[in-house]
Design a protein around this ligand. Sequence first.
Ligand code: SAM
Length: 246
Amino acid sequence: RGTVVLAATPIGNVGDASARLVALLADSDIVAAEDTRRLYDLANRLGVHVSGRVVAYHDHNERGKADALLDQVSAGACVTVVSDAGMPTINDPGMAIVRRAIERGLPVTCAPGPSAVLDALAISGLPTDRFCYEGFLPRKHSERMQHLRMLQSERRTIVFYETPHRIAESMDDLLEGFGPNRMMALCRELTKDYEQVRRGTIATVRESVRNDPPRGEMVLVIGGASDDEAQAAAPSTLSVEDLAVL
Ligand code: SAM
């Protein structure tokens, strides 16, 4: 029976490739890859020969290509979807084919593995029992501030993806939005040789970013709002007593 398989790929350390990923790359009828050159590079490093057809499947063509790939799934093919790194659909292509497969009643499954969100969260030292993933912050300062203000009363640990060229501005905005004292972790180059985690308050991590600008890929993990912060930030709500008067 045909299936769509979302397969996670390493986010830095090739040793994180699962045995299942290796088998899928070797045996799938079709591998839909965000960047076909990167796929072949990964396959080479894993010593896998990709026997099936390889097609480019990226942000710009994923809607158009989903149905053609799913026609192959209907006909019995196994279509493996991989992105450049980590889990497809997590700030990466993949969602269009998942949605269309669900609409068409075709099976979708996942070969789980590395994803920067969970790696960073797990080593951040911040509460992991409840968290929210916020992807990349908006590029423009005004939109970023608006977004951060919306998150001021969020009690769960918050995870953002960030890029080296925006990190300094984002740290300024995080300080303005959340204040200096919340705990956070800046996790960079996860699973790679130069993996580094800078933990501290927003103020101290901001200082460290100014003094020693971090390079490479990074994830920011921010502690959630305390009771006081959440109350101060929340729009005033009516108490039970107020409601009784009304
Ligand atoms: N699909 C990927 C995943 O599951 O993590 C995310 C893809 S997104 C386009 C790329 C972003 O993920 C980077 O800008 C960075 O924020 C984060 N990222 C990916 N690999 C990372 C790594 N090794 N260390 C730190 N952050 C990483």
